[in-house]
Design a protein. Structure first.
Length: 183
C-alpha cells in the first residue's frame, strides 16, 4: 500500500493497467498521478486514487521507467543452460500484492523443457495461486508466459494453473517466510 517512501509518478501517456487484486484491465489516462508501491520483476504496482494497479514492463515508459534488457544465451547453450534461465525468469514473476517471487512463494510445481514439433525448445510449467479465487491468476499466467517466451530458443510454452496439491504456507522458502513475516 502507499507509504511515505512510495515514489510519485505521473503518467506521460495513456497506459494499460490491471486492477489489483480483481484482475480487471483498465486504461489510465495521460496526466494521472500515482505512487509506485512495488517495483519488482520488471513490472510496477502503482497506487492510484485508492486502488492498486499493475503496470507491465513494456509500459514502463509511461511512468518514466526503462524496460528490461533482452535476454541472451551463450553460443551453443545446452538444455541445462536454458533451464537455469527458465528458473531465473520465473523468479522475476511477482504477485502484485506480495513482494516475493512466485518460485519462493512455492507457486511453481513444475518447470521443464520439452521438444516441440516445430523445433527449438518448449517450456512446460504447472503452477498454482495462493488462493484459488485470486483475480490475478490469469495475469500471473500471462506474465510467466511472456517472460519465458523472451528466452532465446524457446518457441512454445505450456502454462497450466493447477490446484492440486493446494498451496499452503509450508511451500514457501525460508526467504519468503522471512520476507513476509511468517518465519
Amino acid at each position: 500500500m502507499y507509504s511515505r517512501s512510495s515514489e510519485p509518478v505521473r503518467f506521460e501517456r495513456d497506459c494499460a493497467a490491471v486492477l489489483v487484486p480483481q484482475g480487471d484491465e483498465v486504461t489510465l489516462p495521460a496526466g494521472t498521478v500515482g505512487y509506485i508501491t512495488q517495483a519488482l520483476g520488471g513490472s510496477w504496482t502503482v497506487f492510484v486514487e485508492g486502488n492498486l494497479m499493475r503496470i507491465a514492463g513494456e509500459d514502463g515508459d509511461a511512468i518514466g521507467k526503462q524496460p528490461a534488457e533482452p535476454l541472451e544465451l551463450p553460443e551453443g547453450a545446452t538444455d541445462a543452460d536454458v533451464e537455469r534461465v527458465v528458473w531465473d525468469q520465473l523468479r522475476t514473476c511477482f504477485d502484485p500484492e506480495i513482494p516475493v517471487n512466485i518460485v519462493d512463494l512455492g507457486l511453481v510445481y513444475l518447470a521443464e523443457l520439452y521438444p516441440p514439433e516445430e523445433g527449438g525448445r518448449g517450456v512446460r510449467v504447472r503452477m498454482t495461486l495462493t488462493a484459488p479465487g485470486c483475480g490475478m491468476g490469469d495475469i500471473l499466467v500471462d506474465d510467466v508466459r511472456s517472460k519465458l517466451e523472451k528466452i532465446p530458443t524457446v518457441v512454445a510454452t505450456d502454462i497450466e494453473l493447477v490446484f492440486d496439491p493446494p498451496w499452503n504456507q509450508t511451500m514457501m522458502s525460508d526467504v519468503a517466510r522471512l520476507e513476509t513475516g511468517m518465519f
